[in-house]
Design a protein around this ligand. Sequence first.
Ligand code: C5P
Length: 306
Amino acid sequence: MTEEAIMESSAVRARVPAKINLHLGVGDVRPDGYHRLRTVYQAISVYDELIVKNAPTLRMSLTGEGEGELPLDDDNLVIRAARALAEEHGVTAGADIQLHKRIPLAGGLAGGSADAAGALLACARLWGVDVDTASLAAIGARLGSDIPFCLYGGNALGTGHGERIESLPVGATLHWVVAVADGQLSTPRVYSELDDLRAAGVGEYHGDTDALVTELRVGDAESVAPLLHNDMQAAAIGLRPAIAEVLDVGLADGALAGMVSGSGPTVLLLARDDHHAHALAGRVRLRGVARDVLTAHGPVQGAHLY
Ligand code: C5P
C-alpha cells in the first residue's frame, strides 16, 4: 500500500446532528457570566460530517456552510476541541480534520458545538484514546455549553449553563421544518438583549419542563405542540424582526407550532408527520421569507462514528 492509501484506510468518519431546544428556560446570570438554564434538547437529522486522518500537525479544512468564511485556526472550536483532548491525554500526534458543514451557521442550531463534539469523538478514535462519552463531554463543557449534548443526542434535559445532561426516554418522532431567517445572531448578543428586557420588566423565567418531558415520552406532535417554549424568543425577534415574519408564515401555512431555535434566527415549525413537513417546507419556501428551508426529524442519535 502507498503511504496515501494507508492514511486513507485509517481515516475516521464522524457524523454529528444539529440540536434544537424544545424548551429553553433562561434564569439569572451566574457570577461566571453564564445564565442558569433549564432546557429540553432534541438532536435532529441535519448533520455535519468530519473525516479525520493521521497527520504530523493539527489542521483542518472546511467545505459547505461557512466555507471561506469561518476561521480554520485556533479560533475554530474543532481545533480547540482536538487540542484540549490531546493535552488532557498527553497525545503528541496531529490530525488532518476535513469538516463538511450542512448545519446553518450562527442559527441557534449549535453547529460549532456539533463540530467540536465530532472532533472529540473522531480524534479520540484516531489517537487510540480510550474515553467514554462522559469524559469527552467534560472536555467539551469547558469549550461550549452545547457540546456535551451534541455528544449524547436524543432527547435530554440540560441544566447548569446547558452542559449538564440527563438523557430522556425517546417516544414519538417529531417532524420539523427548519426555516433560517435572514442574518446571523450572536448568542451573547441575544443573552444581553434578554437581560435588558428582563431589567425593563419584560419576560420571566419558565422553568417547568415536566409536562413536555412526559409528552415527549408518551404523546405525539399534537400534544407536544402547545408545550414548546423559548425564553429567548422575544429577545431574538427584537434583534431580527424577520424572525416574526417567518413564524407568522409558518403558522398561517399550517404548522402545529412555531418557535425560535435557541438564540435564533432559525425558526422551527412543527409538522404532523413527514409528508406534512415536506408540504409545509414547500409553502414556506415559496413565500421567500427564509434564506434556507430544510426538513428534519428528531430525536436522532448524537455524535457517532460510521
Ligand atoms: O457556551 P457557549 O460558548 O455556547 O456560550 C457562548 C456565550 O453565550 C457565552 O460566552 C455567554 O455569553 C452566553 N451564554 C450564557 N449563558 C449560557 C450559555 C451561553 O450567557 N447558559
